[in-house]
Design a protein around this ligand. Sequence first.
Ligand code: PLP
Length: 363
Amino acid sequence: AINFNAGPAALPLAALERAREELLDFAGTGMSVMEHSHRGKDYERVHDEAIALLRETASIGDDTEVLFIQGGASQQFAQIPLNFLPDGGSADYVVHGAWGEKAVSEAQAATKWSGGKVRVAATTAQGKQYTRVPTPSEIQLDPKAAYLHLTSNETIHGVQFHEFPDAGKVPLVCDMSSDFLWRKTDLSRFSFIYAGAQKNVGPSGIVIVLAKKDFIAQGRKDLPKIFQYRTVAENNSLYNTPPTFAIYLIRNVLAWIKETGGLSRIEEQNRKKAALIYGVLDEHAGFYASPVERASRSTMNIVFRLPSDDHEARFLAEAKKLRMVGLKGHRSVGGIRASLYNAVSLEWTTALADFMRDFAKRG
Ligand code: PLP
């Protein structure tokens, strides 16, 4: 299949082939990695290698913890305010899509326990539509905020921050689920990054967290241990049984990124892929409509509309005959969405661009 799913998404073939080869006999142990104890040396090597590869790939400094947490990015929407929104304090949120809305709504629910307030520092909502990120001057940042929460890429609306706003001394917290490790960028300005693995780095059900040690230390201590980030950090993400097979697959994907030439090479490919598809949208602007403002166009999730529902249904059916899957837009917004994560090749993207051009000509 030529897989353009938004997540769970395509994984690099090399990472999956390695998993297939090792499935029944991991590292010569005569059993699968998922049958090993998470406290044993064989598993520990994979776990530590995944963390080391993450540190190397994303140039993560010693002031930052790399954590693996279960429960998905959605759980982080609640866990972050529970830890970092102090009683009587306030946290700022920027909203430019459905995931930002969910983050706000879960943070508001969390204030029942944590106290504190949730402020929307900027929103670009036009009814249910989002077509851009806010400009820096639109963000009404409270300089005393406990943190400023951003979503770097809105997966459903295809709206992405290309430059991150300056939050001054306010700690930056970012949901990078759908554009984590897509380019070489300085992550050191963030106090807390979280990313569901199921787009660019692995299977679903696991979140990678990069958190500054001093920020983790500020977290509440009166929460159940399992919800405190310090518990995960102090135990090298082995406080309880982690999803070992997911971490093993993340290791394979990170090894593939390294072999492919690291993030510079991945970024070059990603930019070429996005340029190909946006190129067709612009070439055939009378046929394809791209709702997102140019400066906010996502390199990961490209959303567009065709002239009618009937055109869209035919587009999906014809694409499927060419083995192209996962192109249906999110159920809440409709239309078409092509997700071009790291594992989606230039060859697949070229095939999609050719099909789109041909379809537009036929009308
Ligand atoms: N944040 C973003 C940007 C997403 O795209 C998603 C969805 O996949 C989520 C959060 C929710 O992730 P999960 O389903 O792993 O909780």
